[in-house]
Design a protein. Structure first.
Ligand code: PEP
Length: 255
């Protein structure tokens, strides 16, 4: 991480975990554990029905609660979806878009990721934009090309001004929820490739200001080494974000 140029962001992705009551208990437990640790943003992205309870519990703390997805249309016949305005209306400030589980199981494509990102930014939300290669792509040696293409397609039509509200989460799909972690060198190399693409798209000065997280089985043991890399500016954390001690240890590693 390079705190002189970029804000470090440690974000939990709760996925389909925690009822409102469980989220309240979790936030009440972790609140004092992360209090005052202000060298990074501390965010938990929650299932829609859990957001309000988590926000209530997080009031007055340094914890922000986000959503895990958002639709690109402002309203209409999209059963089961939630719009950016709806999220804004309940006080949400940040949303994950393009998570690999959305891409894998729910037909998310770079095109829909781009549409969702535009809608979220236009509504004034901050976006954690996820991208990353699958195992076969890494094994075939095309990781750099894959993440470069995703970066270009996912950010197509997004201005440098809007990019200020985008955090990119580099998440190798083979490392998510598997216990396999990219080595710090692999994470650094790929985050640097993404930053290089941002430099081509927006200029080097803008690219230097974009927070790029690593995600994929980040935990209390490997966080310090990953976060020590110059282009790794935080973490998007699944499994370890459900355990207060583990998540706090990652926040500590970012101080
Ligand atoms: C994620 O859900 O974005 C993630 C990285 O999960 P995990 O930490 O469990 O691999």
């Amino acid at each position: 991480m390079n705190p002189a140029k970029r804000r470090t962001v440690i974000a939990g992705n709760w996925k389909m975990n925690f009822t409102p009551a469980e989220a309240t208990e979790f936030i009440n437990t972790i609140k004092p554990m992360v209090a005052g640790k202000d060298n990074c943003d501390v965010i938990f992205c929650a299932p829609y029905v859990t957001i309000a309870a988590a926000m209530e519990a997080a009031k007055g703390s340094n914890i922000k609660i986000g959503a895990e997805n958002v639709h690109f249309a402002p309203k209409g016949a999209y059963t089961g979806e939630v719009s950016a305005e709806m999220l804004k209306a309940i006080g949400v400030e940040v949303v994950i878009i393009g998570h690999s589980e959305r891409r894998q199981y729910f037909g998310e494509t770079d095109e829909t990721v781009n549409l969702r990102t535009k809608a979220a930014l236009e509504a004034g939300l901050r976006v954690i934009l996820c991208l990353g290669e699958v195992k076969e792509q890494r094994l075939s040696g095309i990781t750099n090309e894959v993440v470069a293409m995703q970066t270009k397609l996912d950010l197509a039509g997004i201005s440098a001004e809007q990019l200020k509200n985008v955090v990119i989460a580099y998440e190798p799909v083979w490392a998510i929820g598997t216990g396999l972690t990219a080595t710090p060198e692999q994470a650094q190399e790929t985050c640097a490739v993404i930053r290089g693409v941002l430099a081509d798209m927006y200029g080097a000065d803008v690219a230097e200001t974009v927070t790029i997280q690593y995600g994929g089985s980040m935990n209390e043991k490997n966080a310090a080494e990953l976060l020590a890399k110059p282009d790794v500016d935080g973490g998007l954390i699944g499994g370890a974000s459900l355990v207060p001690e583990k998540f706090t240890a990652i926040v500590d590693a970012a101080q």
